[in-house]
Design a protein around this ligand. Structure first.
Ligand SMILES: Nc1ncnc2c1ncn2[C@@H]1O[C@H](COP(=O)(O)OP(=O)(O)OP(=O)(O)O)[C@@H](O)[C@H]1O
Length: 640
């Protein structure tokens, strides 16, 4: 295989979705390719982030596709790998961007349509030119989801645990899922639409149809030129599940467990990006299935486009802030692009003259007519594997049969090959029955993984704490499942399918009313995404090496109307009301307030009555000037 390498950075674009509620105020503005949000550390400033492209709330699906994704399709047809993934907090518009609706299709249907158009164009222009032969294309696809750290094939009905393979040569995680071959847009959609409805979706407080899994659509394009040259490109279209702050989603039971898996994988994604940016020798790709899957996209051999979805409503402030910081870190990552050009092995013609031999029944290879029949029943590019391709072409060629010695050798080789595949299957079966923890542990001992795997005490500690938090998950079955897995409700699947279709392939959505952008007091508990579990203010104070603001983030003077005194006074009043009425659990929802402080505030209030001012907190044991300032700053209350 010829491999040529070039280096390119991960392309990061941002898409701001429109405000969905008429009663909420917004805090994000877009100026050119910059996003501007309020600086919670200093309300007189705004933070400005610069990206390759920023799509404002009026951007159309067509615009997002044609600017960010369409130019990548030619690269796939040239034998390069491309990965497009939507990232962002829950409810920010990832599925809308990737999937969209029938009336307003997103990236996936647009990619398929453009891909087939491009293929047809290439074939037509080859025939119009000097050549009397056109290149051949074979497009196959698989569609899978990572749900609760398990990979499911969405193309088959029902959720099954499927074995995981790895491409040993490239150390890439590949889910061993069924692949469908497609020759046109309609065929693809016939498979894809019901499969998309199989995705696990449920209602949370922040999104009525929240995706509970990461989905991956993998398209493989094999192009064979008339001279036999082959190019193999892969296109990953990934809709990640959103990060979730469970104090705000109100998740319990199954939803909380799902959320734990989603947050854990996104947390590992954050660790991977940090490790790459800090040039660490080991990148913890293997700490989650998601990062193993994204290994080629982040710091690997793909062209990567990260579509960062953000929401404008005030309650999304910390999610947006953390998402923008993560996006800023991601755009520094450099991938080394490989072009996959394959020349099928040449069939060597035997040099010696071989006498025709008499055939015996049974052990001899089948007769030529039989093979011809077999090969004609295969599609023109059915042999995705170059070796099987050469086998078929060798079998139907007019070359004389090889000598008995050569045949004996071939029989011996195929017997060995069979034994090896049987052993491989056995090992795979064993691996699939092993749980992820054991799998990761055994893999980390392998010499291959030793170079990549991180086993720092910090990450172990983090993993431990994540595991502990998962153990504490409540076990009640959540009643609010809108789309139970097909396994759980085989008979009711049609209804669920229709519901999802209504949403993503259904009638056009009503236009969202445009509103005036204003600020209002954030009374909700605002917490950082799991990628940044600490309050940004705290991390900064400690001088963490993973400082959130990249050099490209600018602090600029806030426009005076954005955060006026009236707003601030209202914010302070509401904060005081919260102090005087919140339960211990609600107080814990405040930034920098843990169980201990929440209890202290609550007990002091029970003993001494309501606080007359925010300063009253200084009377509560453990609240120094410094602690109070930090609390207020991280909860966007500054005027005391
Ligand atoms: N650009 C947009 N224009 C209009 N509506 C949008 C846009 N983006 C998102 N929405 C709407 O916002 C809501 C949430 O979007 P969506 O479900 O795509 O979010 P998500 O990021 O995929 O959430 P989750 O991670 O929970 O699955 C949906 O009702 C969707 O139709």
């Amino acid at each position: 295989m010829d491999k040529r390498s070039t280096q390119t950075k991960v392309k990061v674009v941002v898409r701001l979705r429109p405000c969905l509620s008429t009663s909420e105020k917004t805090f994000v503005s877009v100026v050119g390719n910059k996003v501007q949000i309020l600086n919670h550390r200093n309300i007189e400033e705004n933070l400005q982030y610069e990206f390759n492209t920023v799509f404002d709330e009026n951007s159309s699906q067509a615009e997002v596709f044609s600017t960010s994704v369409e130019p990548m399709l030619e690269k796939v047809l040239q034998g390069q790998n491309v990965s497009v993934f939507a990232y962002g907090p829950t409810g920010a518009g990832k599925t809308h961007t990737m999937l969209g609706m029938t009336s307003d299709p997103g990236i996936i249907p647009r990619v398929i349509q453009s891909l087939f158009e491009a293929i047809e164009e290439k074939q037509a222009s080859a025939l119009n030119g000097n050549s009397n032969q056109a290149p051949q294309f074979k497009v196959t696809f698989s569609y899978m989801e990572i749900y609760n750290e398990k990979v499911h094939d969405l193309l088959v009905s029902g959720h099954q645990d499927l074995p995981i393979r790895e491409d040993a040569s490239k150390n890439i995680f590949v889910a061993d899922l069924s692949e469908k071959s497609i020759d046109k847009y309609e065929t693809f959609m016939n498979h894809f639409e019901p499969a998309a409805s199989n995705r696990t979706v449920a209602a949370t407080k922040l999104n009525k149809y929240s995706s509970r899994s990461h989905t991956i659509l993998l398209l493989k394009i094999l192009r064979r030129e008339p001279d036999g040259k082959e190019m193999r490109g892969k296109l990953y279209l990934i809709d990640l599940a959103g990060s979730e702050d469970n104090r705000r989603t109100g998740n319990k039971g199954i939803r909380l467990k799902e959320s734990g898996a989603i947050n854990k994988s996104l947390f590992v994604l954050g660790e991977v990006v940090d490790a790459i940016n800090q040039n660490q020798p080991r990148i913890p790709y293997r700490n989650s299935k998601l990062t193993r899957l994204l290994q080629d996209s982040i710091g690997g051999g793909c062209h990567a486009v990260m579509i960062t979805n953000i929401a404008p409503e005030e309650r999304f402030y910390y999610d947006t802030y953390c998402t923008l910081n993560f996006a800023t870190k991601s755009k520094k990552i450099v991938n080394t692009i490989t072009t996959h050009v394959v020349r099928p092995p040449q069939i060597e013609k035997p040099t010696a003259t071989v006498r025709p031999i008499k055939r015996h029944s049974g052990s001899l290879p089948p007769s030529k007519p039989k093979l011809r029949k077999l090969s004609s029943s295969l599609p023109s590019l059915s042999a995705a594997d170059p070796h099987s391709a050469s086998c078929v072409s060798a079998a139907v060629s007019n070359d004389p049969l090889p000598s008995p010695l050569v045949r004996q050798q071939k029989a011996f080789e195929s017997a060995i090959q069979e034994k090896l595949s049987a052993m491989e299957k056995l090992v795979e079966n064993l691996r699939s029955t092993t749980n992820m923890k054991d799998l990761t542990a055994s893999e980390s001992n392998s010499p291959n993984s030793a170079n990549k795997e991180s086993s720092t005490p910090t990450s172990n500690k983090t993993r431990k704490s994540l595991r502990l938090s998962l153990v504490s998950v409540q076990s009640d079955d959540s009643p609010d499942v809108i789309f139970p897995t097909p396994k759980a409700c085989k008979g009711k699947l049609t209804d669920a399918t229709n519901l999802l279709k209504q949403r993503h392939f259904g009638p056009p959505q009503q236009k969202v009313k445009k509103q005036k952008v204003q600020y209002r007091v954030v009374e909700d508990s605002t917490s950082c995404s799991p990628l940044f579990p600490q309050s940004p203010a705290i991390s900064r104070k400690r001088g963490s090496s993973q400082d959130f603001e990249s050099p490209t983030t600018k602090k600029i003077k806030a426009a005076p109307h954005i955060f006026n005194n009236e707003d601030q006074a209202k914010r302070n009043t509401e904060f005081l009301e919260l102090l005087n009425s919140a339960s211990v659990k609600e107080l814990q929802g405040l930034q920098t307030v843990g169980v201990k402080r929440a209890k202290m505030i609550y007990e002091w209030r029970e003993l001494h009555g309501s606080f007359s001012s925010i300063h009253g907190l200084l009377d509560v044991p453990g609240f120094s000037d410094k602690v109070l300032k930090k609390l207020l700053r991280s909860n966007l209350v500054t005027n005391i």
